[in-house]
Design a protein around this ligand. Structure first.
Ligand code: 3H9
Length: 677
């Protein structure tokens, strides 16, 4: 051990049992020095004749939560992962893993080379590597089928979902449950009881179970796994375990792991893992900023957004007062919330009594005055500056001092809204995405005068209700919708020049988006923002709206829809485009799929660069988080700004110049340096 090696593994003795303890906060990741410490301490315990059994446990909040992801892609340091684990498995004395918190990835693989496992009931065990675009690369895919069988191993590796300890015990992954507070002592007693049995190397156990599950999983998850490589690689490794001797299986796993590790998908998914955590951090905000207490929330507007927003808080036990102008609208809004909860309860997501509890803390009212005791008030009425300013002016007189006044606007100027109050420090944006109870993104819009503690509180409450919150600055459309705009404009231009809505949508879906720009428009409503004059036709969209082709709700938009909302290409839309094109005197030509990418996705990167340079996003990775969680950008492409690096910023600039776009200076800078963001 060299002098700069942190001491993150220690050993204690309890009579004839050695207890090896990992202490590498915050999550006991298997950093190089932990692997070194394990190697050294196991060697010491095995060399000590008075030691008859060994317990491996962790200090702090959790058992080992995996390999150290921040080491990936860097030059290797310290002992090889598999070599350390193989030597633990080969120990001549029984080794017991004592698990609390989360035994994840390389952590569970470490537990699997131990001969026995004991866990507290609250522990969770899993191999989430697939969520990082990887597979368990330290023997997990070969040892799991020997312990839990092919069915459970295939499911665990390909979905990445962890198991609660009780389920793990049922499957044989855990041998015994310990007391929640007495793991250390229970593990020592368990180890002593296993001295007579001796070691039980997992590699010597036989794979069992039916391999048919692998094809079943592929079929069942075809939609969810579209475009992803890792779930299939995980299954290939589990399948290999059913037919190859252990060491050959391990070699196969290694080969697959390295392929994923050095591929772009895992790089993108690892980027998003850290980006998501980074997004929670507010630049320039002191760490000890005191949060405001949010015990009660007010929501203005009981429409789709207001209702969805309210549900987030009710689910976390935070009482909500919801305000509408008219009784029937209020009743309708509350009815929809109830219906949504009942539907979830029918699917087993909630117990009926939980639904009653949640509805019990919802107070419907017609009076803004009833918001006087709320700590956070979110306005979710329609997008009109005068209406919003009127509401904020009234709230200024009603809300208690220190209450946070938030607007759910998706475009409007928060600073202007704040001028309607005498307390602009309390005003900010909380932009939820529809359906607001489902979508994970929350843009928290920081106004010029927003107080730091108000901002920090809004970010924290976002996390509390299960959102990924990102700070955005005031500008038209903030981060997400601002980048959507150039994409929509170009998508329409492409129709004029000869592309079809179906072609543009297909290119986006093949790229990995859940839907293309025209499908999105049909879903949201083609008529949103339409001037409502059927005689004023100044765009293809006007032509569609004038004919009542308002989207899915009318079973007709850019596509035709049957009663099951299945789309088909519309001959009428083709005619309308042709008519409008002729009127505008635009030439029709063949548009390649590549041109669609260059003209709809590259401009988003360009806009992202402007947003970044203007300081409207704190960092490029925040923009990626917005697009992953708010718009379904494929996580295996890491968000638009990360993807720009993969694609090549120089290539993007060259294409944008060719198509006549003005290049954002920051993008140009990156292209000149041939770097990503
Ligand atoms: C693997 O094991 C590969 C092997 O099969 C093969 C190898 C050959 N590494 O999430 P939190 C940081 S792949 C490095 O906010 P929580 C995280 O960035 C790995 N850092 O806490 C954050 O840092 P910061 C398989 C990590 O309590 C801090 O710890 N394992 C790692 O909400 C706190 O994290 C996984 O995929 C890591 N492995 O949740 C598990 N994990 O404070 C990944 C966390 O600077 N981890 N950090 O922002 C998790 O799912 C959650 O962190 C966990 C705790 C549930 C453990």
């Amino acid at each position: 051990m060299s002098e700069d090696t942190p001491v993150s593994v220690t050993m204690e003795k309890d009579g004839d049992v050695a207890v090896i303890i990992v202490n590498n906060p915050p999550v006991n990741a298997l950093s190089w020095h932990v692997r070194q410490g394990l190697e050294d301490n196991f060697a010491a315990a095995l060399g000590d004749d008075s030691v008859k059994a060994i317990v491996l446990r962790c200090a702090g909040a959790t058992f080992i939560a995996g390999a150290d992801i921040s080491e990936f892609g860097k030059p290797p340091r310290g002992p090889d992962f598999n070599a350390v684990l193989n030597s633990i498995e080969a120990a001549s004395k029984p080794v017991i893993a004592a698990i609390h918190g989360t035994a994840l990835g390389g952590g569970l693989e470490t537990a699997l080379v131990c001969h026995y496992r004991i866990a507290v009931p609250s522990a969770k065990l899993g191999v989430p590597e697939v969520k990082l675009g990887l597979l368990p690369g330290a023997g997990g895919t070969q040892r799991l089928p020997r312990v839990v069988g092919v069915e459970a191993a295939a499911t665990m590796t390909s979905t990445g979902d962890p198991l609660p300890a009780a389920k793990a015990k049922e499957l044989g992954l855990v041998d015994e449950l310990a007391g929640e507070e007495s793991l250390a002592a229970d593990a020592i007693a368990f180890a002593r009881a296993k001295i007579a049995d001796g070691p039980r190397p997992t590699r010597e156990r036989r794979v069992f179970g039916d391999v048919a599950v692998i094809e079943q999983l592929k079929t069942a998850n075809a939609k969810r796994w579209r475009g992803f490589e890792a779930p299939y690689a995980n299954l290939a490794c589990v399948e290999a375990a059913t037919r190859l001797p252990f060491d050959e299986g391990l070699a196969f796993e290694r080969e697959q792991f390295m392929k994923l590790m050095f591929g772009s998908q895992s790089a993108a998914q690892r980027h998003i893992f850290f980006a998501e955590r980074q997004a929670a951090k507010i630049d320039g905000l002191p760490k000890d900023t005191q949060l405001r207490d949010v015990k009660k929330v007010g929501v203005i507007g009981a429409g789709t957004m207001g209702g969805g927003i309210s549900m987030n808080f009710l689910q976390k036990g935070i009482p909500v007062t919801i305000v509408e102008m008219q009784q029937d609208a209020l009743d309708r809004g509350v009815g929809v919330i109830r219906k949504n909860y009942d539907a979830s309860a029918a699917k087993g997501r909630f117990k009926p009594e939980q639904v009653d509890q949640m509805m019990g803390i919802l107070t419907p009212t017609l009076s803004l005055d009833d918001l006087a005791d709320c700590d956070l008030i979110i306005e979710a009425v329609y997008e009109n500056m005068d209406v919003k300013k009127d509401i904020f002016g009234k709230l200024d007189k009603i809300a208690k001092p220190g209450a946070i006044l938030a607007s759910n606007t998706s475009y409007l100027d928060i600073d202007e809204i704040a001028t309607a109050t005498s307390r602009p420090g309390d005003v900010l944006g909380m932009h939820f995405f529809s359906p607001a109870n489902v979508m994970k993104l929350l843009e928290v819009v920081r106004g010029e005068k927003t107080a730091p503690d108000a901002l920090a509180t809004a970010m924290a409450i976002g996390k509390k209700i299960g959102k990924v919150a990102v700070v955005a600055g005031v500008c038209d459309g903030f981060i997400g919708n601002r980048m959507l705009k150039p994409r929509q404009i170009e998508a329409m231009n492409l129709l004029m020049e000869g592309a079809t809505p179906a072609q543009v949508d297909k290119v986006h879906v093949e790229f990995g988006m859940p839907m293309g720009p025209f499908q999105m428009s049909d879903l949201a409503g083609v008529d949103i923002g339409w001037h409502r004059d059927p005689n004023r036709i100044e765009s293809i969209r006007d032509a569609l709206c004038a004919e009542g082709r308002w989207g899915q709700k009318k079973q007709a938009g850019f596509s035709d829809y049957d009663h099951k909302r299945q789309p088909s290409e519309s001959a009428r839309v083709a005619e309308l485009i042709e008519e409008y094109r002729t009127k505008a005197g635009t030439q029709k030509r063949e548009i390649s799929d590549q041109e669609i990418i260059e003209r709809t996705l590259y401009p988003m990167v360009n806009e992202g660069a402007l947003i970044l340079a203007e300081g409207k996003a704190q960092r490029a990775s925040d923009i990626d988080v917005v697009w992953i969680y708010g718009y379904g950008w494929p996580v295996y492409r890491g968000g638009p700004m990360f993807w720009a690096g993969l694609e090549g910023t120089d290539k993007i600039v060259a294409a944008l110049e060719k198509h006549g776009f003005e290049i954002a200076p920051l993008l140009k800078e990156k292209a000149d340096a041939k770097s990503g963001f």
